[in-house]
Write a protein that binds this ligand. Structure first.
Ligand code: NAI
Length: 349
């Protein structure tokens, strides 16, 4: 198990020409429980690209679920789309049959390109599905808010966000909610979205400033909150960065794990994405385990404590927060492994 070059415990290549299905199920690690992770449906330039994405995203889910103290391993699946889908229901049923054959090891949820309704069809084939029938975004936003607040507390030794300048990139389901939570807490906001009208209307509501989508990563601010697409911090954008803290919802924020080292060297506190954005998976578990709303809120707000711990240990140990968060998640998996020999092998890996 690793973040960007995963080992992958099990890889299932699914092919059903009658249903027009080509899909990949990647189970990265199931030590902590069924490998929970969404079903992504989109076009890929090649089958290899689909396999690579499924494995990479599955590995990230392993870390996210372990870091959030949830009883799930990490998995992800992708359904390859090339051209118009003739019979979506037949395609999803066929995919559901492949998931069923995984015998509970893979627990699929919604991801880019699939909906709660799609997952219900997947489930009809007899596979268990993790359906978040309510929108998880409010919980994701609350978790990111908790992470961001604790990052400011740790870095600046202050308890409030009054006047703290936060640049929010992406004002969709999560970003807009995060912006409102931040505005309520007194933060000053700089907003950007490729949808200019969306940015303008939220800015008017919150009294915020708007910049263009290309400018947001270079805005002078205390915190950059990436809540849009993946891999926004690369060799170029990291050079332009004028934030002291990075904490947001977007998965896969770093184009390359070496960027975590660059950020640490520059004194930028980076809250690993899989730590900050776990509110959605915590919500899935809360629904499955029938937690009370109070218990769910407490578990999501605990993302703040985890953030403080990761940042404090990174500073004390001279490591990047990414290294600290990964090693904490891995240690939990190693401790949980039932086979002592495998525990030793994993600890040494
Ligand atoms: P969304 O699709 O509702 O919102 C994304 C927003 O970003 C849209 O308003 C879009 O116009 C904007 N955008 C796209 N490209 C942009 C760019 N280059 N610059 C500025 N804005 C851009 O997505 P959602 O649900 O808000 O998720 C945001 C991020 O958080 C995604 O990376 C997602 O994978 C991640 N995430 C979301 C969770 C959830 O509960 N929705 C859970 C965990 C992670």
């Amino acid at each position: 198990m690793s973040t960007f070059f995963p080992g992958t415990e099990q890889l299932v290549l699914c092919h059903d020409p009658r249903a027009g299905l080509r899909a990949v199920i990647a189970i990265d690690d199931s030590t902590l429980g069924p490998a929970l992770g969404g079903v992504r449906m989109r076009a890929y330039p090649s089958e290899e690209a689909a396999v690579t994405e499924a494995r990479r995203l599955a590995a990230a889910m392993t870390l996210k679920n372990a870091a959030a103290d949830l009883p799930y391993g990490g998995g992800k699946s992708v359904i390859l789309v090339d051209g118009p889908i003739v019979d979506r229901e037949a395609l999803l049923r066929s995919f559901g049959d492949f998931v069923r054959r995984c015998d509970g090891t893979y627990l699929p949820g919604v991801d880019m390109g699939t909906s709660v309704e799609d997952l219900a069809i997947v489930g009809e084939a007899g596979a268990e599905v993790a359906c978040d029938e309510e929108d998880p975004a409010p919980w994701t936003a609350l978790g990111v808010f908790a992470a961001l607040r604790e990052a400011v507390r740790t870095v600046d030794a202050r308890d409030d966000l009054d006047g703290v300048v936060v640049a929010v990139q992406g004002l969709g389901h999560v970003g807009a909610r995060l912006a409102r939570l931040l505005a309520d807490a007194g933060a000053r906001l700089v907003l950007a979205d490729v949808d200019a009208a969306r940015a303008a209307s939220l800015a008017e509501e919150l009294g915020a400033t708007v910049v263009g989508p290309d400018a947001i990563t270079g805005v002078e601010c205390d915190v950059l909150a990436p809540c849009a697409t993946a891999r926004v911090l690369d060799a170029t954008t990291v050079g332009r960065l004028r934030a002291r803290i990075v904490a947001g919802a977007a998965n896969d924020v770093l184009a390359d794990r070496r960027i975590a080292g660059v950020l640490a060297e520059r004194g930028v506190a980076y809250v690993p994405d899989f730590v900050a954005n776990a509110g959605g998976v915590i919500h899935i578990h809360a629904l499955r385990a029938r937690w009370s709303p109070d218990r769910l809120e407490e578990a999501v707000l605990a993302i703040g404590e985890r953030t403080a711990d990761v940042l404090a240990r990174a500073a004390a140990e001279g490591r990047s927060p990414l290294e600290v968060a990964e090693s904490t998640a891995r240690a939990r998996i190693v401790r949980a492994h039932p086979d002592p020999a495998a525990r030793l092998r994993r600890a040494a890996a």
